[in-house]
Design a binder for this molecule. Structure first.
Ligand code: UT7
Length: 334
């Protein structure tokens, strides 16, 4: 079987820092509530002239530089997002334009907070099957444009931030290089789709996919059954992590670094505690960026590599849970 590797990573977050105190000026919330419930201290919001593709571009350029590659050496672009630039075409096409890519295919993948791992799995399979040699995988979100920055939307609005992360994934034909994406496991449970979603605009809605009433009623903003999502996250993440390790014939102790989706620090602390994973083997950055959905894991991975926390040869387990419901885990030797 052809092996694959993560050859380069990069991330970008907008410069504008929005603290919990800043949000408390817009809605009835407090720094104390947000920190206690989620661990978040601040997040980044895109500036008025920044598009999702702008963020994706910055992350992509850094990942390409890290891999020592040019866009002309990429065979396909996959972009995961739940906050697209436009209804269609996908954000990947606007990234394609910004990168001045040759006529290579690109596509968007919609698997919310597990989106990057779903895209990584797709890239991995494309490469192993021999269809492509090198794929640019990006996770990108501009949540600040989609959340309701008012008391009505506070339960969701305080959790999310903007950012992008990217990875260059390629075939590894060097027998002396142990780098490999060992295993990726993906899951979904569509019956819980409405537990965390944005309803409108939508082509199932009648008589129009968007109306003034839908806007007034806040149906254009994300809605979440927080406790229900929390319970599923702390169950599914350990489950899929153990499934992935078992499929790769690895043990928890073999893993050098655990990267969990950054939805809530309490979720990650609970999962690590239940599984007996030492805190120093986990990396979190939610206190600085909030939940950046599809961008969270690639940002974390890029930061880990840049900080020397995930050097060549190390075994990294990336685990996500999110809307859909979706959950996934990837085990990679760097
Ligand atoms: O990335 C996708 C995956 N997402 C997740 O994994 C998120 C999972 N869920 C969670 O992390 C937690 O459920 C939250 C952090 C979202 C909420 O924590 P909670 O302990 O479940 O709080 P709650 O929703 O039950 O709300 C408790 C109270 C309520 O007031 P009452 O009814 O007790 O009077 C809320 O109205 O806190 C109130 N509240 C707030 N207060 C201040 C809700 N949001 C806020 C807020 N500031 N932002």
């Amino acid at each position: 079987m052809r092996r694959t590797k993560i050859a380069g990573t990069g991330f970008y977050v907008p410069e504008r820092v929005v603290t919990n105190h800043d949000l408390a000026k817009l809605m009835d919330t407090s720094d104390e509530w947000i920190r206690q419930r989620s661990g978040i201290v601040e997040r980044r919001f895109a500036s008025e002239d920044q598009t999702p593709a702008d963020l994706a571009y910055e992350a992509a350029v850094r990942a390409l530089a890290d891999a020592g590659r040019e866009i002309g050496e990429i065979d396909c672009i996959l972009l995961a997002t739940l906050s697209p630039q436009h209804e269609f075409p996908g954000t990947s096409f606007f990234l394609h334009e910004k990168l001045d890519a040759p006529e290579i295919p690109c596509m968007d993948l919609r698997a919310q907070c597990s989106g990057f791992l779903y895209a990584l799995a797709t890239a991995n399979s494309f490469i192993r099957a021999g269809q492509f040699g090198r794929v640019l995988v990006v996770g990108c979100e501009v949540h600040s444009m989609g959340i309701e920055l008012a008391t009505r939307g506070r339960d969701v609005a305080v959790l999310f931030g903007d950012g992008a992360g990217a990875a260059v994934v390629e075939a590894n034909d060097d027998a002396n290089d142990p780098a490999d994406i060992l295993e990726i496991r993906l899951h979904a449970e569509g019956r819980h789709a409405r537990k965390l979603w944005i309803e409108a605009p939508g082509c199932s809605l009648r008589p129009y996919r968007i109306t003034h009433e839908m806007i007034d009623d806040g149906r254009i903003y994300p809605k979440m059954d927080g406790k229900f999502v929390f319970k599923h996250a702390v169950t599914r993440m350990p489950e899929v992590l153990l499934e992935t390790l078992s499929a790769a014939s690895k043990k928890l102790e073999d893993v050098d670094l655990f990267l969990f989706h950054q939805a809530n620090l309490r979720i990650n602390e609970y999962v690590a505690g239940q599984m007996g994973i030492a805190p120093e083997k986990c990396l979190n950055n939610i206190e600085r960026y909030g939940n950046t959905s599809a961008a969270a894991i690639p940002i974390l991975l890029a930061e880990a590599r840049a900080a020397g926390r995930a050097g060549p040869g190390s075994l990294v387990a990336m685990t996500a849970f999110g809307s859909g419901f979706t959950w996934a885990c990837a085990l990679a030797r760097l």
